[in-house]
Design a protein around this ligand. Structure first.
Ligand SMILES: NC(=O)c1ccc[n+]([C@@H]2O[C@H](COP(=O)([O-])OP(=O)(O)OC[C@H]3O[C@@H](n4cnc5c(N)ncnc54)[C@H](O)[C@@H]3O)[C@@H](O)[C@H]2O)c1
Length: 341
């Protein structure tokens, strides 16, 4: 049987390197395409090489290496499009660069798929930020967290789009292009609007990847600032669960017809940013963790929880790793790999 092939843009990033490891472990021939701009991406690439599996590395940039994209994408069956500028704060400082990577870069990848003979299936990692700040949603304050007054299942795909921040706009534009390329050109595409994903090989920083960032800061003795009151709630998703969802979507013909899925921990796997997360960390490290509190950051939602019933129904997927378990696994990984940070 011929091996299945996967081309992963941003394959040396957090989600990309975990996906490359998983699919190569299942016998897929994987090509990692990355410009290695993210701190940690070179370390992730080194890790992938050390696995000695069928993983090829290609250095390139989705903004301007169209020919390289065309050549590589012509030889694959699936594309996992993850390469992106990922921080909201950076997008506010450099909106044009953010647009070029996230919106134009995605169009370049889609064009390579459209021009190819084999028309590989493509999954795009979008974000819940396409729904904006959702200021109109009524929220109540409990002791350690906020809760929705309505939306018992969280936010579904029907929520109107309301791009907020240059990052929200550039990812949102890409999200809609990916959907529309299925409608207009009949390509096999699928959009995952992801919530907070966390796990090993995530080089979290204060501006992006907060779960990993707090743990890295504790292990390496850096100060932690909590913006807001720490009761903000997020549904968090362990990386292994996300990669499984990618696998199920690629295998599902109906999902690859421009479907959109909200993907996160869902209402069962939520945690508040400090009031609850701090307790899990205190238990794990066996000591009180000192943090400093600062003002709310603009646009910071008091609560975001994905309604994951659609992906559950269509793909039979549900996340398995609870926040308590996943956080402990990540703490252990950071401790064992302290020299990487
Ligand atoms: N991690 C999360 O919680 C989360 C949540 C929602 C959406 N997403 C999306 O998932 C995707 C992957 O996120 P991640 O957490 O793995 O981020 P990451 O920063 O770890 O990975 C992104 C990778 O893309 C590469 N890259 C950046 N610009 C590039 C360019 N112009 N050309 C080629 N490569 C480039 C970087 O070097 C990096 O290796 C992104 O599209 C992100 O927007 C992530």
């Amino acid at each position: 049987m011929t091996k299945k092939r996967m081309f992963i843009t941003g394959g040396a990033g957090f989600i990309g390197s975990n996906s490359a490891e998983y699919f190569a472990g299942k016998g897929w021939k994987v090509t990692v395409f990355d410009n290695f701009s993210r701190a940690g991406s070179v370390k992730n690439a080194k890790f992938l090489k050390s696995l000695k599996r069928n993983i090829q590395m290609v250095k390139g940039d989705i903004r301007h290496d169209q020919r390289l994209l065309d050549k590589e994408i012509a030889q694959t069956d699936t594309v996992l499009h993850l390469a992106a500028q990922v921080a909201v704060t950076t997008s506010v400082s450099y909106p044009k660069e953010d647009f070029e990577i996230n919106a134009l870069g995605t169009l370049n990848v889609l064009e390579a798929v459209r021009k190819s003979k084999n028309k590989p299936a493509l999954i795009f990692a979008s974000t819940n930020k396409v729904y904006g700040g959702m200021e109109g949603i009524r929220v109540r304050q409990l002791q350690s967290r906020y809760a929705y007054e309505t939306y018992p299942f969280g936010i579904s795909e029907d929520k109107p789009l309301d791009f907020h921040s240059p990052y929200g706009c550039s990812k949102g534009a890409a999200d809609q292009y990916v959907r529309d390329y299925s409608r207009i050109y009949g390509l096999k595409t699928c959009v995952f609007r992801q919530s907070c994903v966390y796990g090993p090989r995530q080089f979290g920083v204060e501006d992006q990847g907060w779960v990993a960032w707090f743990i890295i800061a504790i292990v390496t003795g850096k100060p932690i600032t909590i913006y807001g009151d720490g009761r903000q709630v997020r549904d968090i998703l362990y990386i292994d669960d996300l990669v499984k969802a990618y696998e199920l979507a690629f295998a599902n013909r109906l999902a690859m017809r421009g479907e959109i899925f909200n993907v996160g921990g869902g209402r069962k796997f939520t945690i508040s940013v400090w009031s609850e997360f701090g307790s899990v960390l205190k238990d794990y490290f066996g000591r009180k963790i000192d943090v400093k509190f600062s003002d709310w950051r603009p646009g910071d939602q008091k609560i975001y929880v994905s309604d994951i019933r659609k992906i559950g129904k269509m793909l039979g997927w549900k996340p398995k790793v609870s926040p308590e378990k996943g956080i402990r696994m990540l703490c252990k990984w950071v401790e064992e790999n302290k020299e990487l940070f």
